[in-house]
Design a protein around this ligand. Structure first.
Ligand code: COA
Ligand code: AMP
Length: 632
């Protein structure tokens, strides 16, 4: 695929970063406009592991919008909304998007939002979701976007933790075959949360209007019309831009904090270095603003780089068919596309020979980027063969905000290896460690860890939980950030990410905690104990499977119980959990110290070979489980 390409400049770039990381990042910071130019790129004494651009001040919204208008690109498209769900398309120039964002910032300010205040954004894939985020950034307020597929209880836990002054939401979201009424979910979440916002701003969508709560809810359209535009408020580079909650090992989500300065510098760098795009190019991340991919590459990355971004309200298949992605690429002249492997697997399943793909002229597309879950080599090879373009797997996490490893179009690609996420991005010193923290030889699987300090954009801490940050990420291997991914680095420096080392599962590229699902199942009155494991799924990568042990004396029809458990997970975590199956088992296999052998259960359910752990309490329990859950 890269035969005939010029040699990659990756090694030189990585070496230049290694030789002097602070100087390397200081140069990258020059791509942005600062209210106060940072004199130092890094302060090793500040924060938990140091802070980036400690004495700089800037405004992220100014850099994403106003700066481009002032530079004469006001008429260029900044955002294209393409919504097969409604049959609509809308195009905003940088000037128009700046104008609307300034007005919405004005209306949020009129609702009392000041720099440092939190605003929760619970929105479907509409331009207003992006405008709300940028309007917060304009004010120096901290947004926290909650994915629309979460249930009221999940939203409530985020309201309680982030204590927002205002919540921005919409009357509904549109999923194929159903309209999701957001407003009742929002009302229920506010009821459940001990913290109440002082106001809610509601976008009424014509597909389903919401009933408003007098005195608290404000109609977006009316309020925007009445608002005065608000200028950008400069903030310290180290001030938080947003909090994004992500699944941790417990039911309690972790509030990943992103700062302003380091984030803007790293994302602007990634647009040219990794994705190979710049001002005037069209970049499409087919994700959702509720995920980190949406934050970084629907909103901030492309706009910081002066690209046109696409907000797509649709699916890879069924809206109307598996040619939808190629239609969008063709119509909007997309240069680089980023999506999750699941989306490509879904397309491959319905258009294996590319007949639908060939109906569209997407010759401007130069590369496909995949991340969010492990990508099976078959999918990479299929996409490369049919597209005839590089398919680049890259590895990252909500915590980092941009790629830990990848292949760098801006530096000249090196040959890809399907199954590997590429080589470390300049900025990351990736190592593989054994349980005792020793580096393992090339090709050996161990804990993937990043030597501290982390590069710009990575989380400086967890929201209101610095100890949690230290415990979850820094304690296991002192001097390193623990990624909670297991994998290996080969002799040539390619990194392969194999699995999580914790109880996080990746369902259709969505990060979910099996611990959180176990908490829900355990609350069922008939359940004595339970375990949830992620089992292999050819489309979604993994799907959750619940195993429950009933309380003594309970004799319940298994199908009824399963339906109740599925309903509970849907109601408490949300449809996104894709929890569809639960089995009753007589007991759970455990170690002598009482730890449930989840990894062994998962291997059994996947039909893989397994060794009986020497610490097992009763080997017969594994035979029972095999008989019930092993694929036939
Ligand atoms: N609001 C409300 N509900 C949502 C939602 C949202 N924003 N997003 C998903 N859901 C619901 C879906 O409607 C579905 O509900 P159902 O159980 O009633 O059918 C459920 O959550 C599970 O959704 P999903 O896992 O996405 O599966 P799906 O069967 O609807 O679609 C794919 C399958 C492959 C088309 C889909 O998973 C997909 O587009 N994946 C791409 C992954 C991606 O973009 N990941 C982002 C990280 S980069
Ligand atoms: P999220 O925080 O939702 O982005 O999920 C991050 C997790 O997804 C990582 O810790 C990995 O387990 C997984 N992941 C993301 N990208 C990749 C990739 N390219 N290859 C393998 N796993 C990945």
């Amino acid at each position: 695929m890269t035969t005939g390409s010029p040699p990659s400049g990756y090694a030189e770039a990585y070496a230049a970063w290694r030789a002097d990381p602070a100087a390397w990042w200081a140069t990258k910071a020059e791509a942005l406009e600062w209210q106060v130019k940072p004199r130092r790129a890094f302060d090793a004494e500040a924060g938990v592991y140091g802070r980036w651009f400690p004495d700089g001040a800037l405004n992220t919204c100014h850099n994403a919008l106003d700066r481009h208008v002032l530079a004469g690109r006001g008429n260029q498209a900044a955002l294209i909304w393409d919504s097969p769900m409604t049959g609509r398309q809308v195009r905003y120039s940088f000037a128009e998007l700046t104008e609307r964002t300034a007005r919405v910032a004005g209306l949020l300010a009129a609702l009392g939002v000041r720099a440092g205040d939190r605003v929760i954004v619970y929105m479907p894939m509409v331009p207003e979701a992006v405008i709300a985020m940028l309007a917060c950034a304009r004010l120096g307020a901290v947004h926290s976007v909650v994915f629309g597929g979460f249930a009221a209880a999940e939203l409530a836990s985020r309201i309680a933790d982030a204590t927002p002054r205002v919540i921005v939401s919409a009357s509904c979201g549109l999923e194929p075959g159903r309209t999701v009424a957001y407003k009742p979910l929002l009302d229920a979440a506010i009821d459940l949360s001990p913290h109440k916002p002082s106001a809610c701003l509601i976008l009424q969508r014509p597909e389903l209007e919401a009933a408003m709560t007098a005195g608290r809810d404000h109609d977006w359209a009316e309020a925007e019309r009445a608002a005065a535009p608000h200028p950008c408020v400069p903030v310290a580079a180290t001030d938080p831009l947003y909090i994004l909650y992500t699944s941790g090992t417990t039911g309690r989500p972790k509030g990943i904090v992103r700062d302003n300065g380091g984030h803007a510098v790293a994302l602007a760098t990634s647009m040219s270095m990794l994705y190979g795009v710049g001002a005037g190019d069209v970049f499409w991340a087919a994700s959702d603003v509720g995920w980190v991919v949406g934050h970084s590459y629907i909103v901030y990355g492309p706009l910081l780089a002066g690209c046109t971004t696409i907000v797509y309200e649709g699916k890879p298949v069924g809206t109307p068919d598996a040619g939808a992605f190629w239609r969008v690429c063709a119509e909007h002249r997309v240069k680089a596309l980023f999506t999750a492997p699941t989306a490509i697997r879904a397309i491959k399943r319905e258009d294996a020979d590319g007949a639908l793909m060939r109906r569209h002229d997407f010759s401007r597309l130069e590369a496909l980027f995949l991340a969010g879950e492990r990508c099976d080599p078959d999918t990479v090879v299929w996409a490369e063969r049919l597209l005839g373009k590089p398919v680049i797997d890259h590895w990252w996490q909500t915590e980092t905000g941009w790629a830990i490893t990848g292949n760098f179009r801006g530096l000249g690609l090196f040959p890809t290896k399907p199954g590997s996420g590429g080589k470390p991005s300049p900025g990351y010193d990736v190592r593989v460690l054994d349980e005792a923290g020793r580096e393992v030889p090339a090709g050996t699987i161990g804990d993937l860890a990043v030597k501290l300090p982390l590069p710009p954009s990575c989380l400086p801490t967890l929201w209101n939980n610095e100890q949690g940050f230290r415990d979850a990420y820094l304690a296991q291997h002192p001097g390193y950030y623990t990624t909670s991914d297991a994998g290996m680095i080969d002799e040539e420096g390619y990194v392969s990410v194999m699995s999580r080392t914790d109880d996080i599962i990746n369902v259709a590229g969505h990060r979910l905690s099996t611990g959180a699902m176990e908490e829900v199942l355990a609350a069922h009155p008939d359940v004595a104990e339970c375990a949830v494991v992620g089992v292999h799924d050819t489309l979604k990568g993994q799907v959750p499977l619940g195993l429950v042990v009933l309380k003594a004396g309970v004799a319940k029809d298994e199908a009824t119980l399963e339906a109740e458990l599925v309903r509970m997970v849907r109601d408490r975590i949300g449809p996104v959990a894709a929890f569809k199956s639960a089995r009753v088992v007589p007991r759970l296999p455990k170690t002598r110290s009482g730890k449930v052998l989840r990894a062994t259960i998962r291997r059994i359910a996947d039909g893989q070979s397994f060794t009986v752990p020497p610490t097992i309490d009763d080997p017969a329990s594994l035979e029972e489980i095999s008989a019930l859950v092993a694929p036939r």
